[in-house]
Ligand binder design. Sequence first.
Ligand SMILES: [Zn+2]
Length: 63
Amino acid sequence: MRGLLLCSERQRLEEELVETRTRGRNLSRLRQLTPPERAAWEQRERAAQARLRDHETQHGCQR
Ligand SMILES: [Zn+2]
């Protein structure tokens, strides 16, 4: 299943990454995040990025 133009799993992971980023940013606009909170959001974002990258590598569906 290589070279798919549209991969629903990839789309899902991409949306998850965007959502994680957006939520972290919105939260940090509402109030000052503590360093551990900030680190936790960065960690979530990195994890979501890694899931997307791993999926692309395994599935071969990157743009
Ligand atoms: Zn895929």
